[in-house]
Write a protein that binds this ligand. Structure first.
Ligand code: C2E
Ligand code: CA
Ligand code: CA
Ligand code: CA
Length: 278
């Protein structure tokens, strides 16, 4: 089939068919991504109200030979359904633990590392065993690791999840509830989970100055966080206006383009070398 025919065919296909085609090619390419070393990690700074960096969130990137750059919002749901997310997740944990362990070696104040854990990865029977092993091989202080989970996890059997969360805590690793306020969890659930941190979803931060409901959500999450003695993180902070609103509300930690985009290890070193001003 010539290139021309193929393009013409795609041109006349409706967008749903086109997407199915793209997704299946993406699914095929995903299978070889790890062995081709197409995945890499970036680290986005998390700072306190004084603008001092306290930690980073590890964010995976995929530069594919055929499809070019594909964002995690696009490929992670597909990797979850093809079963490839477990291996990608293992790479994410091992690579980011190694990178930040090396970083912390030559730094006076260690950075806390946050790693996103997908549902399939968390529910995998070997998750705890692999996490234990990864911490040991990277020689990484467990209390400097936070795993970020989302409320989508709790559609699954809550009993098994709570047991795994308890095992994570026994390792000394901290737990963060990501995208808080966008999902299903009731406030009641919050009191039953062994979590350490709540992340206010970017959608609330986006609208904090223009939408009274978004502002109320942010205020409510910070208030609950304080009551339950949790660290509250605001993500997606892009402007000084959003920042000062959140500072006034008493938010603990801030993350967003206002401070830094996700950075390579080299750029992270440069960022930490610079004086940070709020
Ligand atoms: P998330 O965990 O909610 O991560 C925050 C996302 O917001 C990241 O997008 C980050 O780059 C972006 N972001 C941070 N600050 C700002 C800002 O000020 N403005 C804007 N416009 N965006 C900002 P990213 O890296 O594209 O990741 C998207 C999602 O993909 C993540 O959302 C997370 O759910 C997932 N993801 C990314 N990396 C991983 C990973 O290593 N493992 C797993 N399981 N999921 C990951
Ligand atoms: Ca996250
Ligand atoms: Ca988030
Ligand atoms: Ca998000």
């Amino acid at each position: 089939e010539s290139k021309k025919t193929r393009n013409t065919t795609i041109y006349f296909k409706d967008s749903i068919k086109e997407r199915v085609l793209y997704d299946s090619e993406l699914g095929q390419e995903l299978k070889y991504g790890l062995e081709r070393n197409e995945f890499y990690m970036l680290y986005q700074p998390k700072v306190n109200a004084q603008g001092v960096i306290k930690g980073v969130e590890a964010l995976v990137r995929w530069q594919n030979q055929a499809l070019g750059f594909v964002g995690p919002d696009k490929f992670i749901p597909i990797a979850e359904s093809t079963g490839d997310m477990v291996a990608i997740g293992d790479f994410v944990i091992d690579k980011s633990l190694a990178d930040i362990a090396a970083f912390n070696c030559h730094s006076d104040t260690p950075l806390v590392l946050s790693v996103n854990i997908s549902v399939k990865q968390f529910l995998h029977p070997d998750f705890i065993e692999k996490l234990t092993h990864s911490l040991q091989s990277a020689n990484f202080e467990p209390c400097n690791l936070i795993i970020e989970i989302t409320e989508t996890l709790f559609i699954e059997d809550i009993f098994g999840i709570n047991e795994t969360l308890a095992q994570v805590k026994r390792l000394g690793v901290q737990i963060s509830l990501d995208d808080f306020g966008t999902g299903y969890s009731s406030l009641n659930l919050l009191t039953k989970l062994p979590i350490d941190e709540l992340k206010i979803d970017k959608s609330f931060v986006d609208d904090i100055l223009v939408d009274a409901n978004a502002k109320s959500m942010a205020e409510g999450i910070i208030a609950i966080g304080k009551k339950l003695d949790l660290i509250v993180v605001a993500e997606g902070v892009e402007t000084i206006g959003q920042l000062s609103e959140l500072v006034d509300m008493g938010c603990d930690i801030y993350q967003g383009y206002y401070f830094a985009k996700p950075l390579s290890v080299d750029d992270l070193e440069a960022f930490c070398g610079d004086k940070i001003t709020t």
